[in-house]
Ligand binder design. Sequence first.
Ligand code: PLP
Length: 362
Amino acid sequence: MIYLDYQATTPLAPEARDAMMRWLDGPDGTGFGNPHSPHRLGRQAAAAVDLARERVGALFPPGGKVFFTGSATEALNTVIRGCEPVREGAGIAVSAIEHAAVWDTARALPNAFHEIPVDHAGLVEPEGSLPDGVGLVAVMQVNNEIGTIQPVAELARAAKAAGALFVCDAVQAAGRIPIAHADAIAVSAHKLHGPKGIGALWLRDGVEVAPLITGGGQEGGLRSGTLSPALCAGFGAAAKLAKERMQADAEHIEALWQRAMQVFDGWTLNGSADARWHGNLNLRRDGLDVARLMSDVRNVAFSAGSACASGSGKPSRVLQAIGLSDKHVKNSIRLGFGRYTGMDDLEEAAASINAAATAQGI
Ligand code: PLP
């Protein structure tokens, strides 16, 4: 099976797996300690968590702190629901192409909701003014469906000028490109070759957030619950590796992108080609029956629109936001590749996908 769904999740790095094993039970059976216990086993586990926090923290800009969570979804819920302006009733502005973790959370709150539009290329317009009363602005760094890279620095400045907190969902950016400056940033281990079940919320020093999950007061009281040293260690190892390999991975992915542009020449790209993470290929072809394509192409794992939206039966909100007709939204597929994708994998997948599309008579 050729895996071309890197935006949904990424393969676990062997280095991350190795780092985790020690903290599941370990070769001498001493790796299971509770990192919040004061005895030796606990302190060893706590040291592993500290190292992981340092490694994950190295992905972020200086001047803030990492809080581990169960997912990026939890991190985003924590900051959106718990930050001071939102609790005090201020309005929330989010881009039209945010992930459901931001979009649905903001919509679920009683606060005034403002959608920041995007252009046909899938880019948020930083010039647009924010309405009065907005206390929180959330714009993602790299979009999960079309890979577009947002002008986050300018948006953060606009939010600051409006007196609002700026939250950035950097899930698809972390480990791939340097993370932008913001007041709060969410990332997820499984999108950067770490394990599933752990994410992080980074908060700039001085940003106050009330906990979503209360109890034992772990994570400085922001997120109660016993941490998993194995998940933390895997996340840390994956983050360290991603930082070290950022340039090499980007060069590899660029070579795949260049080849993809040749082998998928009969397709139209959704979203900007330039302001884009080149490990994302969201393509459409007029008349394409995507469900049939997916059942015909058995040797490739890929996605129709967004993996998060697929199965919901709802057309992609992101593709609609960039102005695609319902027909074109339904003609779209998403391919995602990365560190462990070989050139031969890409070529073989393209041959299968192109053959299946041609067999549909289009
Ligand atoms: N934000 C973006 C852009 C994503 O792609 C995802 C996962 O698909 C999430 C948030 C949610 O991450 P998690 O799976 O850690 O909850």
